[in-house]
Design a protein around this ligand. Structure first.
Ligand SMILES: Cc1cc2nc3c(=O)[nH]c(=O)nc-3n(C[C@H](O)[C@H](O)[C@H](O)COP(=O)(O)OP(=O)(O)OC[C@H]3O[C@@H](n4cnc5c(N)ncnc54)[C@H](O)[C@@H]3O)c2cc1C
Length: 591
């Protein structure tokens, strides 16, 4: 095959990812400097578009609320693994970022008095856990759709340069500076080097590595693998959130907003079993608690259907009027994927892999940071991360519903501001290294020139099935050690994978093979982190260590990839000192 062209582009700021985090950052950065966004898909197809239930902010539109209560709930929800300064920062900024969206024209649902509609969501309470509060701001059950389209319009207005259907392959460094990325033009073929003063990864979550999941096909965690390969760490990857209500058999999400509006779960005896697991808030306990309760009911033979492998979510009693007004997307999803009319019958549901708490470690300015135990959190020059790909860490061991759309607005915004300032402070671009993108270029050319030994699909199927079986809602030493061995074999097989399509234009065989390589890399970090962590905390539940162990494990995991592809673990302390208010110390959880 003839040499494939390499084109170089130069921008002040380059953001990989056009979801809510990437676009919010681009909007802010473009106010000061020349800003480009690279996205694997057209921006409004990013997974943010699928977010349903809403974005949390203590606006007090329906009842009195306070950012300190929001902060308390988020710390407790995180099972005390969240960094308290970051959580405070996010909860305080929540009203501001939501009102900004309103002023940009985001079509929120409205209360009778014209203010933004707010609903209840799991784990969000008033007066330090006394009762559920209406804190989640929503545009019916299509909040992410409204948010992403609003942001895209604003970015176009601000002349952000978009490179749509470009796939980032490698993070470029010169000494200790990050200087951009190498990408592949999916539509036409060809390599593109994006040379930047500041580079951000806003590449989204990583739960496509599980068979049953609620995520878009593109959520393959590319940013994490590229970060690991560049020698930087990833944080707390073992914390993967399983959402309680995925549609049985397919995994599509039924928003927690359904339970916020009064829907509830039933077991095969028609019992509202959540009252036994969370006597105060029942079905609105946090997601890890509800998912485990469902799994436990099924383990004890109280699951529904002939196989006893799902539960029922009842909502017909809310009334067809409210369902069609506030949950129209849910009605449609249930009808299309579960073939039920939820104004009349319950929806069959099971826990589905939903959200990645872990990610690329960042500080309050969305700068990527280095540093393990007892070392300062030193920022990497020119490298930023925001959104689900990042770990700020505001969600700790478990994220509260409607806190992610908030996270992406807050850290997208501050990340954009800081990148613009950083870019303005550099008189010139730091030069590209010699042979920029060598590794990525070789990876693609060898796939295009190679012969097929092993097929990508077979390796991918085994990866997601084994991750679900061995590193899912429940984990043990035995299942995790088994998964470590499975991953080793899959990595060996991956080296022999070849692609049948040798074309340059829209070669999805090529893209999916690269994605699979990325997934294998960070799956090792998920499994190693989970195997080492001998405790149960938030979404990480070890059947063999069912208790939280603050003495040994009240710390963040950091995973680094060694030259030979193996994973080395390190740790760093949880930041317990908030910016202004008293610390919330770990306590027993009572729901
Ligand atoms: C079904 C569903 C419902 C949800 N509902 C809610 C909710 O109601 N409230 C809430 O708070 N949270 C919700 N969440 C979570 C929330 O939507 C996400 O965490 C959040 O939107 C992630 O935004 P992001 O910008 O980080 O990433 P994404 O929106 O996932 O965007 C990632 C971007 O990265 C790009 N990208 C990735 N890899 C590459 C690459 N190699 N090269 C180039 N581009 C790349 C993609 O093209 C995309 O543009 C929901 C999630 C799901 C799946």
């Amino acid at each position: 095959m003839a040499d494939i062209s390499v084109t170089i582009h130069k921008h002040d700021v380059v953001i990989v990812g056009a979801g809510g985090a990437g676009l919010r950052a681009a909007l802010e950065a473009s106010k000061g400097v020349n800003t480009a966004v690279i996205s694997e898909v057209f921006p409004t197809r990013s997974h943010t578009v699928a977010a349903q239930g809403g974005v949390a902010a203590s606006l007090s539109n329906v009842e009195p609320d306070d950012w300190v209560w929001h902060m308390f709930d988020t710390i407790k929800g995180s099972d005390y693994l969240g960094d308290q300064d970051a959580i405070e920062f996010m909860c305080r900024m929540a009203p501001e970022v939501v009102i900004e969206l309103e002023h940009m024209g985001m079509p929120f649902s409205r209360l009778q008095n014209g203010k933004i509609f707010q609903r209840r969501f799991g784990g969000h309470t008033k007066d330090f856990g006394k009762e559920a509060v209406q804190r989640t701001c929503a545009a019916a059950d299509r909040t992410g759709h409204a948010m992403l389209h609003t942001l895209y319009e604003q970015c176009v207005k601000n002349q952000v340069v978009f490179y749509n259907e470009f796939y980032a392959l490698e993070l470029l460094k010169n000494e200790d500076h990050v200087v951009g990325v190498l990408a592949w033009d999916i539509a036409n073929g060809g390599f593109h080097i994006f040379h930047a003063k500041a580079t951000m990864f806003a590449t989204g979550g990583y739960v496509r590595v599980y068979k049953t999941n609620s995520n878009a096909h593109i959520n393959t965690g590319d940013g994490l693998a590229l970060t690991l390969r560049a020698g930087f760490p990833v944080e707390d990857l073992e914390f993967v959130q399983f959402h309680p209500t995925g549609i049985y058999g397919v995994g599509n999400l039924i928003t927690e907003g359904v339970r916020g509006e009064g829907g509830y779960l039933l077991n095969k005896d028609g019992e509202r079993f959540m009252k036994r697991y969370a006597p105060t808030v029942w079905d609105l306990a946090s997601r890890d608690v509800v998912s485990r309760a469902m799994a436990e009911e099924m383990r004890q033979g109280r699951g529904c259907g002939p196989e006893g492998d799902h539960m029922l979510l009842k909502l017909d009693h809310i009334g067809a009027g409210i369902i069609h007004e506030r949950l129209p997307g849910i009605w449609e999803l249930a009808y299309v994927f579960a073939h039920v009319d939820c104004t009349k019958e319950p929806i069959p549901v099971t826990p589905t892999a939903h959200y990645s708490m872990g990610g690329i470690p960042t500080n309050l300015s969305a700068e990527v940071v280095l540093g393990g135990m007892d070392k300062p959190e030193e920022p990497v020059k020119g490298f930023y991360a925001a959104g689900e790909a990042a770990c700020a860490s505001v969600h700790g061991a478990n994220r509260l519903g409607s806190n992610s759309l908030l996270d992406i607005m807050v850290f997208g915004k501050v990340g954009g501001q800081h990148m613009a300032q950083f870019a303005q402070s550099l008189p010139e671009h730091v030069p590209l290294p010699e042979n920029p993108g060598k590794r990525g270029i070789e990876e693609v050319t060898s796939l295009l020139n190679g012969t097929a030994g092993e097929t990508m699909g077979a390796v991918w199927d085994e990866l997601k099935e084994s991750m679900e079986a061995n590193c899912g809602v429940f984990r043990t030493e035995e299942t995790l050690a088994k998964q470590r061995a499975v991953l080793q074999k899959l990595c060996d097989r991956y080296k022999k994978v070849g692609i049948a399509d040798k074309g340059l234009a829209f070669n999805l065989d090529l893209i999916e093979t690269l994605e699979l390589g990325h997934m294998l890399d960070y799956s090792k970090a998920i499994v190693e982190g989970a195997l080492a962590r001998q405790e149960s905390r938030g979404a990480h539940y070890r059947d063999d260590y069912p208790k939280r162990d603050d003495e040994k494990w009240h710390k963040h995991s950091l995973a680094y990839m060694e030259e030979d592809g193996s994973i080395r673990l390190d740790y760093k302390p949880v930041r317990m000192k908030p910016l202004t208010v008293p610390t919330f110390e770990p306590k027993e959880r009572v729901y």
